[in-house]
Write a protein of this length. Structure first.
Length: 121
């Protein structure tokens, strides 16, 4: 669930690229009518994605935002938006990787189970 090495590093880059496309798509489509709370929400979601905090949930939220932009957008950059939606779905399915906040919070734990010894009386 939390791959390390080159796969973990690739997931860091992938998380950053998904966050960047979320911000670009959000600001491009809502440039004229973006309330400040929407921009703040997109920025917080992008920061959480970059840090790898609650990655599956943030990816799902980003996917829903971009699907909304695709439906409401009216044919502006539909292909680019569809590829970005696909990337957020893939990130939600792959997970954050070993170099993330999720790995620190929910990562592998070492459990030591004491052996049972029968006492001979």
């Amino acid at each position: 669930m939390f791959p390390a090495g080159t796969a973990g590093a690739a997931l860091v880059v992938f998380r950053i690229s998904v966050a960047a496309t979320l911000v670009v798509n959000g600001t491009t489509h809502w440039a004229l009518m973006t309330p400040s709370w929407t921009s703040v929400g997109l920025a917080i979601l992008a920061v959480y994605l970059c840090l790898g905090l609650f990655t599956p949930y943030c990816s799902a939220a980003a996917c829903f935002i971009q699907v909304h932009l695709l439906v409401v957008g009216g044919g502006i950059d539909d292909f680019r938006l569809a590829i970005s939606i696909l990337n957020t779905v893939v990130l939600a399915l792959l997970g954050p990787g070993a170099y993330s906040g999720d790995a620190r919070i929910f990562g592998r734990k070492r459990l030591t189970i004491p052996s049972r010894r029968k006492s001979r009386l």
